[in-house]
Design a protein around this ligand. Structure first.
Ligand code: FPP
Ligand code: MG
Length: 324
């Protein structure tokens, strides 16, 4: 990951002091680098046995790993503006430190630096993999805003939103090394589907944490409830509890009275718990994760796939008490 950090330093420009500050904030911001790790492990898996492996330079691989991290970082700078977030990863958010206008423009600048490096791979398919993610991210945020505090949201729309905001980039992290290392279309598609599944699991976990373990997210608690973002822990109750009760929950989360919601958040979470929302969400997480495991298990001798699964086992499943 040190190599990926070096790539980030190299790829991201610092044309003026303000951009240097925001770049430092981005590179040293304490991200887990889960997307570059995923990309790198799959790169290793396919590079090791590649007949032309000497053609693929590890420096390029690290740069490729930096691309999803750059897209992710830019999207978070923008996201904190949309969500009016004060904190991220237990520290003041970018917009809090630099102001909304500066972080929006800096996010665009980061994206442009990433695309410029990507362009140097001279591989249109690789370019497609990542530009479609940027489209998906934007579509998803627009959709999320449209359905914020909107009782018309349903599971299909929620799925579209979490695909765009998280699963699409995970998909790209699994597709990109397969594309770069000239794997067959079948392998590229299967890898992409597995990545999409990992992203879905990752976002479901995030939505679970937001209600049931907010202290782990290191930001102000219960943001989804307070901001009227209706996620799986609420949606899963549709059809499971009396319609009247469900409609009351949705009415509550859609209320615009932010101050009252801040006070009521704990009671709302308690209601969700009593209705079984935590169990439903964890069960959904497990089901989605089981679907993904097949792909990685199809490389039984690969230490890389074992590592990926071990990492996601820890993050997601089996024993909620041991999730950290
Ligand atoms: C976090 O969701 C949000 C994202 C991962 C995507 C944000 C995307 C945009 C703002 C569109 C613009 C995209 C680019 C590439 C500039 P969250 O608010 O549920 O999670 P959080 O708790 O981490 O804030
Ligand atoms: Mg946010």
């Amino acid at each position: 990951m040190k190599q990926v950090d070096n790539s980030l330093q190299k790829i991201l420009g610092e044309d003026i002091p303000k951009l240097k500050q925001i770049k430092d904030f981005t590179v040293k911001g304490g991200g887990k680098r889960i997307r570059p790790i995923l990309l790198y492990l799959l790169y290793q898996l396919w590079a090791k046995n590649h007949p032309l492996k000497s053609d693929f330079k590890s420096k390029d691989a690290y740069d490729l790993c930096a691309i999803p991290e750059i897209i992710h970082a830019a999207s978070l700078l923008h996201d904190d503006v949309l969500d009016e977030a004060e904190e991220r990863r237990g520290k003041p958010s970018g917009r809090k430190l630099f102001g909304n206008k500066d972080v929006i423009l800096a996010g665009d600048y980061l994206l442009a630096c990433g695309i410029s490096r990507l362009n140097k791979f001279r591989n249109p398919d690789l370019m497609d993999v990542f530009t479609s993610v940027i489209k998906d991210l934007s579509v998803s945020e627009l959709l999320q805003m449209e359905y914020r505090s909107n009782p018309k949201i349903n599971y299909e729309i929620y799925h579209k939103i979490i695909y765009g905001k998280t699963a699409s980039l995970f998909r790209a992290c699994c597709e990109a090394p397969a594309v770069w290392l000239q794997q067959s279309r079948t392998v590229i598609d299967k890898a992409g589907k597995a990545g999409e599944g990992l992203g879905l699991v990752f976002q479901l976990r995030d939505d679970w944490l937001d209600y049931f373990k907010p202290e782990e997210l290191k930001k102000e608690p219960w943001q989804d409830y307070i901001n009227g973002v209706i996620t799986y822990p609420v949606l899963c109750l549709k059809g499971q509890i009396p319609e009247k009760e469900y409609n009351l929950l949705v009415k509550d989360i859609c209320s615009q009275n932010i101050e009252a919601k801040k006070e009521n958040a704990e009671i709302f979470v308690k209601k969700l718990r009593n209705f079984g929302a935590e169990e439903f969400t964890l069960k959904k997480l497990q089901t989605e994760y089981h679907k993904v495991q097949h792909f990685f298990a199809s490389y039984p001798d690969s230490p890389e796939c074992k590592l990926i699964l071990a990492q996601f086992d820890k993050l997601t499943l089996n024993n909620p008490e041991k999730k950290q």
